[in-house]
Ligand binder design. Structure first.
Ligand code: TTP
Ligand code: MG
Length: 406
């Protein structure tokens, strides 16, 4: 089913909260951030103030020079936190698939909600109405088939906007926009791209992937996908798993190292594939062992660089296993591997070296084959010993006790 994702963002949030509390401020250039003679920057500027060139992050002294008639206020965080909680509570009434981002912004998965609201557009109008009636605030909403396009749409629709990008129109919608409008492009990336003569998202979208990777490393691929309106990240409610793990109990307790390693490899691949499906990378790998007498241990290792490859998960797990088994007391009853500390790859800008990039590509190729032909369609030499032990299905090996994610 085609996804319908909303991105909802309040207009001039801090300022608007102040305007609700003090109606005299409405319709005026207002800045929240502090007195203009103080050191500090603009946190929020009303749209009237933006007409004078004011924006978040601008030094207050500059803001005062550009617009001396603006009302400068200190602001008060508890008021914004309160408004934010009420805003999120309204959104939660509309869909449980809600991912708050910061105080005044959220993604909402509205897939299939047409039947309830008549249309997704109608649902968005209802959301705007409730936010206005109950909080006095304006919410701008973007609707699209994926997060990145929905976000660009809400931003473009401001203030008090509602913009829907039809399926299939993602690329043509993004193409004419300046590259700075694309999430993930900061000031530095913008300068590099402009230096290369790339000014619009459309120009970025046709830039060869290899060139993008040479400038931006692993993030190059993300930029390429975003620029083409491709983004399969899910809307993740805050309660969503912060860790992924797979474990299994052996039919018979074992000391067989090759079986332990083969199982560890298989479980690592299951974890890795789920991780990549969620579009995340990890910083922490944990091995779990339960011995015949039910003593259970977990051993963790923090990676120096975030990763989402099967190999890194397995290698780290193997090192932990080796260390543990030197003091082996009893046969092993259960083995498990988990990852935690999940992060968005886009935020990690470290450049990957060539071998790490090759590994990433290999994993992606394997994922594609597995998605198409089943998990055991392609196997690494390491997991082959499992062939004689566990029954195979399209979904993978059927372990004695199913491996579950926490
Ligand atoms: P934004 O949603 O980025 O900005 P906004 O709501 O003021 O304006 P709009 O969405 O209509 O463009 O940020 C939300 C709040 O976060 C903002 O009101 C104040 C705070 N904020 C800062 O304190 N510093 C900043 O640099 C930014 C960008 C925001
Ligand atoms: Mg906002």
């Amino acid at each position: 089913m085609a996804r319908q994702i909303m991105h909802i963002d309040l207009d001039a949030f801090f300022v608007s909260v102040e305007q609700v509390l003090n109606p005299e401020l409405r319709g005026k250039p207002v800045v929240v951030g502090g007195r203009p003679d103080r050191r500090g920057v603009v946190a929020a500027a009303s749209y009237e103030a933006r007409g004078f060139g004011l924006h978040a992050g601008m030094p207050l002294t500059t803001a005062y020079r550009l617009c001396p008639q603006a009302v400068f206020i200190e602001g008060g965080f508890p008021r914004y936190r309160d408004a934010s909680q009420r805003f999120m509570a309204i959104l939660a009434d509309f869909s449980p698939y809600l991912e708050p981002v910061g105080l005044d912004e959220a993604y909402l998965d509205a897939t299939g909600f047409e039947s309830i609201y008549g249309s997704i557009h109608r649902m968005a109008v209802d959301i705007k109405q409730r936010v206005k009636n109950e909080l006095g605030l304006c919410a701008s909403i973007g609707i699209a088939g994926c997060k990145v396009v929905a976000k660009v749409a809400s931003e473009l629709s401001k203030p008090d906007g509602l913009l829907e990008v039809a399926r299939g129109d993602e690329r043509s919608f993004l193409a004419p926009l300046p590259i700075a409008k694309l999430p993930g492009i900061g000031r530095k990336a913008e300068l590099i791209l402009r230096g290369l003569g790339i000014n619009t998202i459309g120009e970025l979208s046709v830039m060869p992937l290899s060139a993008l990777k040479s400038y931006f490393g692993a993030s190059g691929e993300l930029l390429h996908r975003s620029a083409n309106g491709i983004d399969d990240r899910k809307v993740e409610p805050p309660g969503a798993a912060k860790s992924i793990s797979r474990e299994t109990t052996f039919g018979k307790d074992t000391r067989d190292h090759s079986l332990l390693k083969a199982t560890l490899r298989y479980l690592s691949e299951r974890v890795g594939s789920e991780l990549r499906q969620r579009g995340k990378q990890v910083r922490c790998v944990t091995l779990k062992l339960r011995y015949a007498d039910f003593t259970t241990i977990t051993r963790s290792h923090t990676l120096s660089q975030a990763s989402h490859t099967d190999q890194t998960i397995f290698d780290t797990g193997t090192k932990l296993l080796k260390k543990e088994l030197t003091q082996e007391k009893q046969p092993v009853r259960l083995i498990g591997i988990g990852v935690s500390n999940l992060i968005e790859p886009g935020r990690q800008l470290a450049l990957l070296d060539a071998s790490a990039q090759r590994l990433e590509q290999l994993n992606k190729a394997i994922d594609r084959i597995r998605n198409k032909y089943g998990f055991t369609a392609i196997q690494t030499g390491r997991t082959l010993p499992l062939k004689d032990i566990f029954p195979e299905t399209d979904g993978g090996y059927t372990l004695h006790t199913p491996s579950l994610s926490r």
